[in-house]
Design a protein around this ligand. Structure first.
Ligand code: HEM
Length: 405
């Protein structure tokens, strides 16, 4: 009885955001948030710039039919293939977390929640704030590239930026605060190079760019240079989540045109100025605090709950089942069979021959299978880093890509 009362108090007492709530996975999968955290950490240790990729991934998910994991769906007409999504990064982090979660709590944790949790952990690991993420999102079933036009463009005027955010229930204050995410990460030259050359009718650069910063940007992105060269969005601290982005905007050191435009409009300039001020906390405009609040708001855009969505399953392939999933990978490791790489490849060769026979009417020739196995073994040993991975203790899985053929 007391246990029941305790559970009711606990559940009722948890903060709620719409139909989401903090600690949603506490009972069905208590280790869910820790698994996401350790996965993000493992990737972050190898590449701290991945934090920016994860934060942007969540933003792009939320702005197109809500925070429903639809940005992860693959396919030629899927959202992921839309032009504004071309530079998105961090998909492998979400895949790894999903694999580990499916091994621990199958069918419980949505991809949409993993994206929201990973974005929070990415900011925290970059020395930014942390916050409790209300969870309980379901995954959407559809993904359409045409809907990605909702996403803001770096060429958008301030009025368009405000209107695109308002359409998602975010006000001007949220807009400025959330764009502060550009305190970490990078952009391709192609997204701002037009500001550096022939921007005005008289052939000059965008006059709102600080002159010494202009020379730096021109050196990084020559007029006819490689448009895909990456440049920091925050010139001083691209892996540290701090308020320096706003100082950049104030001083004419914003990289994207849309960022610099935040200084042109009286209402957005006021907010930038407060965040850029040396006295943090003035008038309640504390960036870290506000950013956490704005992220919780953004993470709740048009979420799907109940029967509106699913808990997406991992694509189950034979390769995944036998080699990639964390459980089978650990089994290979724990078996201590030093020949298991060869054994695994022979199993794989038999599987390929079987598929060839069933689906393409191919002949089954045992010598061919062995020859193909030797070829795979030599190729994998010489070229791929993946086979030796099986000899190390797997933590977060480095995926073993299927041998071709
Ligand atoms: C007016 C709104 C916004 C515009 C026009 C905009 C535009 C862009 C562009 C053009 C890039 C560079 C992409 C590339 O070269 O690959 C970028 C990067 C980035 N954006 Fe935004 N963005 C906006 C708002 C946001 C918001 C709300 C967030 C998150 C809350 C965000 C997070 C990021 C991050 C972290 C990066 C760096 C990504 C990386 O290093 O891979 N952006 N953004």
């Amino acid at each position: 009885m007391w246990l029941l009362v305790f559970l009711v108090i606990l559940v009722v007492g948890l903060p709620v955001q719409g139909q989401l709530r903090n600690g949603f996975y506490a009972f069905p999968c208590p280790q869910a948030e820790a698994i996401v955290r350790s996965t993000v950490e493992a990737h972050f240790q190898k590449d701290p710039t991945i934090a920016a990729g994860l934060l942007r991934l969540h933003f792009h998910d939320c702005f197109v039919q809500g925070c429903d994991g639809s940005v992860l769906i693959t396919g030629s007409s899927a959202e992921r293939n839309a032009l504004p999504n071309q530079g998105l990064r961090g998909f492998e982090v979400i895949d790894d977390a999903k694999s580990l979660l499916e091994a621990s709590c199958p069918g419980v944790v949505s991809c949409a929640d993993i994206l929201a949790l990973a974005a929070r952990d990415a900011v925290d690991l970059s020395d930014g704030p942390s916050w409790a993420v209300p969870t309980g999102r379901k995954d959407g079933r559809v993904s359409s590239s045409s809907q990605a036009s909702n996403l803001p463009s770096p060429l958008d005027s301030i009025a368009t930026q405000k209107q695109k955010f308002a359409a998602k229930g975010l006000d001007d204050h949220d807009l400025v605060t959330l764009v502060g995410a550009h305190t970490i990460g990078q952009t391709d030259c192609i997204f701002f190079r037009y500001r550096l050359y022939n921007f005005t009718t008289t052939g000059n650069a965008d006059p709102t760019i600080n002159q010494s910063f202009l020379r730096q940007l021109q050196a990084l992105c020559p007029q006819n240079g490689d448009g895909s060269k990456r440049v920091a969005l925050d010139k001083d601290s691209q892996t540290k989540f701090d308020a320096s982005f706003f100082k950049n905007v104030r001083d004419g050191n914003g990289v994207l045109e849309s960022d610099q435009r935040l200084w042109d409009d009286a209402s957005t300039r006021n907010i930038v100025q407060n965040y850029a001020g040396d006295i943090r906390g003035l008038l309640g405009f504390r960036f870290d605090f506000d950013f956490s609040k704005a992220m919780i708001k953004m993470s709740s855009i048009e979420v799907k709950t109940g029967s509106d969505g699913d808990i997406r399953k991992e694509a189950e392939t034979s390769m995944h089942l036998f080699f990639q999933c964390p459980v089978s990978s650990r089994v290979w490791y724990l078996s201590q069979l030093r020949v298991h790489g060869a054994f695994a490849l022979l199993t794989w060769s038999i599987w390929l021959a079987r598929n060839d026979h069933i689906f393409r009417n191919g002949n089954v020739d045992e010598n061919q299978i062995i020859a193909s196995d030797y070829r795979l073994w030599i190729n994998e040993s010489l070229e791929a880093q993946d086979v030796p991975v099986l000899l190390e203790k797997p933590t977060v899985m480095h995926k073993w890509t299927p041998p071709s053929g």
